[in-house]
Write a protein that binds this ligand. Structure first.
Ligand code: ZN
Length: 307
């Protein structure tokens, strides 16, 4: 049994609230070193101004086997803060504009996409399909932040094709959504946010429980989860090049924990980009014809009382 392991770094050190391109560069170079030392693979999701500042480094990281994808914070392109407040035509416009900037840096179009704050609505997946994006981290299961236009409820925890009209269901959109690893029962931020495998959120000990729980959950599901993975996330706003940096220590602790837990469970941890997780999913699961079929649950209905 294999468990794929991916680290995603959202790269936005140039955004208005941070404005530290030099820190961004140290972070991605430091991450590159950690990945090389530990034999791990990452997905770097990059906002256009970070791409403009560090395109050569991203091309270098790509040549080392990592994936470079697109990250979008609409306010950095002159729009409102959150993608999830826009209709489909505007979302297509915002994402296309960012894709053009990405192509200038990388010499190719992006296939991988992540919206800032996981902000999305029911137009988002069809918009991503329309512009030719193929996979990414879009949903954040159980995050409930209407103030960021980010409400996901009990959306799927695992890789899936999203529904065309309802972002929380599975369906036939030609885009593989690869949610991050979360512990939905451990709530943070007043209950609005699950403890996710975000390096900077807690320490390696706390992350151990999230990894352990998710490895066991996926192994217990057997074939019902065709591609099993652990996906950690971070940002390029921590100095991963500094050996004494606490986030670096936490990331190393998370990698070691994932390895040890998989070993204990008799499965193999396989480093993977989001593209590799998505293509393993596509190889095993054809895009279905139509969306998830929902049936009315009448188990609790009292005779004679309509609901
Ligand atoms: Zn972001």
């Amino acid at each position: 049994m294999e468990i794929l392991f991916n680290i995603q770094a959202d790269c936005e050190a140039t955004q208005t609230s941070i404005r530290d391109a030099a820190l961004g560069e140290r972070a991605i170079r430091g991450l590159g070193e950690i990945l090389a030392e530990t034999g791990m693979k990452a997905t770097f999701a990059v906002i256009p101004p970070d791409m403009a500042a560090h395109a050569a480094t991203y091309r270098d990281l790509e040549s080392q086997g990592h994936e470079i994808g697109l990250h979008v914070h609409p306010n950095e392109q002159g729009f409102d803060e959150f993608l999830g407040v826009y209709g489909i035509d505007e979302q297509v416009r915002i994402v296309r504009q960012a894709m053009d900037a990405f192509a200038q840096g990388m010499g190719r179009d992006p296939e991988c996409f992540t919206p800032g704050y996981c902000s999305a609505n029911d137009h988002t997946f069809p918009a991503l399909e329309a512009v030719g994006l193929k996979h990414g981290l879009v949903s954040m299961p159980t995050r409930n932040l209407p103030q960021c236009a980010c409400v996901w409820g009990n959306s799927p925890r695992d890789a899936h094709y999203p529904h065309r009209h309802n972002r929380c269901l599975t369906g036939d959109v030609d885009f593989v959504d690869v949610p991050p690893t979360v512990d939905a029962e451990s709530r943070m931020w007043g209950g609005a946010h699950p403890q996710d495998l975000r390096i900077e959120l807690v320490d390696a000990k706390n992350h151990w429980y999230t990894i352990h729980k998710n490895v066991l959950r996926q192994l217990a599901a057997g074939d019902a989860i065709p591609v099993k993975y652990i996906k950690a996330v971070t940002h390029n706003i921590f100095d991963y090049s500094d050996p004494r940096n606490f986030r670096r220590e936490t990331l190393l602790g998370v990698i070691a924990a994932a390895r040890r837990i998989c070993e204990e469970q008799g499965c193999r941890l396989v480093p993977a980009t989001t593209a590799e997780i998505a293509s393993a999913y596509r190889a095993r699961v054809p895009i279905p014809g139509g969306g998830e079929r929902l049936a009315l649950d009448t188990r609790g209905r009292q005779p004679g009382i309509a609901s």
